[in-house]
Design a protein around this ligand. Sequence first.
Ligand SMILES: [Cu+2]
Length: 594
Amino acid sequence: MSVAVAWLGTSSLAQEPEPRLQQGICGRIASGSAVPEPQDLRSHDGVLQVDLTIYNEKQPGGSTRYCYLTPDGIPSPTLRAKPGDLVILRFRNSLIDLGSTPAGADHANAQEMPGAWPICSSRKKVDPCTSGAMTPTSSNLHFHGLTVPPVCHQDDVLKTSIQPDDPPFEYRMHIPADQPPGLYWYHPHIHGFSKAQVLGGASGALIIEGLERANPALAGLPERVLVIRDQELMNPDAPPSKSEPVVPKMMVDSDGDAVNNGTGFGKPAKDLSINYVPVPYPDYAPASITMKPGERQLWRVLNASAITYLNLALLFRRTAQRLGIVAIDGVPIKFNGSPAPPITWVNHIGVPPGARVEFIVEGPPLGVPALLVTRTVDTGPGGENDPNRALATIVAAADAAEPQAKLSADPKPLPPAALPWIGNVAPVRIRKLYFSEKLSDPNDPNSPTTFYLTIDGQAPKPFDPASSVPDIVVKQGDVEDWIVENRSNELHDFHIHQLHFQLIDWNGVPVNEPFLRDTVNVPYNTGRMLGYPSVRLRMDFRAPNIVGTFVYHCHILEHEDGGMMGRIRVEPADTASSTESSQHASIGGKSDAR
Ligand SMILES: [Cu+2]
């Protein structure tokens, strides 16, 4: 029995004495292990009550792990609520300043005695709602994808910051009654420190129940939550595996990460893990998942990586199998009047950092070797190396245990959509934004890079956390088209809080994507095109409870931390005007931008 028992929380395994502590407070599972399931915490009588504490811990190699634990020691539980439920999450920050703390310092006391919190009496108490503190030991929570108000104690990340000596901070929010059922997630969002905390492992899944109510074909299916995270390389100095072709000499970027070599092989910028089972470079010894032969399951996959793109495929004897996509970014593809089919069958699916995909898989027949892999992603000449790699072997066994959760066998249909399908709504306005990067020393390709997300026509400047001036003001109730360009030579990953959008055009060419996303790739600039690469997004500001100020940013978190973020204010529907982007304003969806 290994450390994996801490995950399962079943009574039959309770005799195992605190196995997680064998590896420290943010213990992980040995590579090659069975993929454990994060433990579910469900709402009862309309209320989901959770206590979560964030910890960190220095590793012998110098990297830092972060983790969320419940008082019972459950790591990064899957939070499960229904539309309309009340979520009460008491969050405690137990981060320690590892800059000034020797490696190996541990939190054993704080963890075992939840009442005994480190007290720093010299610091003046600051209201976490107005703190805005951005330090390595500050933290907060963002509920990625939820259409909840962007206010303190709900989903504000601009000012909300909880410090290690603060009392437990209560998040209290109602899941909207019309929140689409699907996979969402929670993670820290302190500007400047998001990458360190997420890369260190601070993330967890959040499921809004009822996907089978939107798609009756899912009724009764066993479901499996797979959280794929990236982390610092466990074997940074190892040469590539002998089974790999020879690749160009490894180059590093200004963050010290391996630069994309365009071959699909070579050292990755980061290792990946699947439900905290690492699959490290150079041999990528896969984790394992056991299923009944041929069994249909719903897999809910979250890319909780800080910087790593995924391109998932399921291979049986090296042949890609079909995956039945039913939801993207928490929203069923056939939902709220969208003209999508209820299931779209594909043989691979790209999942940028922050995105989710939910799909039907069929287990392999007995004796057939099967592998969940991520194929290489071309992140551009300035991007990180993201090679082909295995994630998990899929083993068929007649006596395989069922996953812990199963979709309802007898779902009640969801109420009909209250609003017209977004794809049928003409935008009232078109805005153009662009991603760009600048070397601090143009003559030194390894000098630090600054990252910008700019409104077209304005001068690029990194996100200013001290400002309270919104970059964009929109009116609740409106639908707008945003053209997001990429003027840099690496892929970026556009995300906006509080709402979803539909991808309308890709490089100026209409795409047939009758479903919603909250995170989308923006192709990189090769320098050999007439215009800049772009996406056109139909932005849905119709939900009444998104009034307030929040952010949009690149979800490659080192870019977000580096300034690639903007601030948007959604004003109540009855206010006078929103900011005009006059150069590009047009009515009725006719773009003058391309
Ligand atoms: Cu980016």
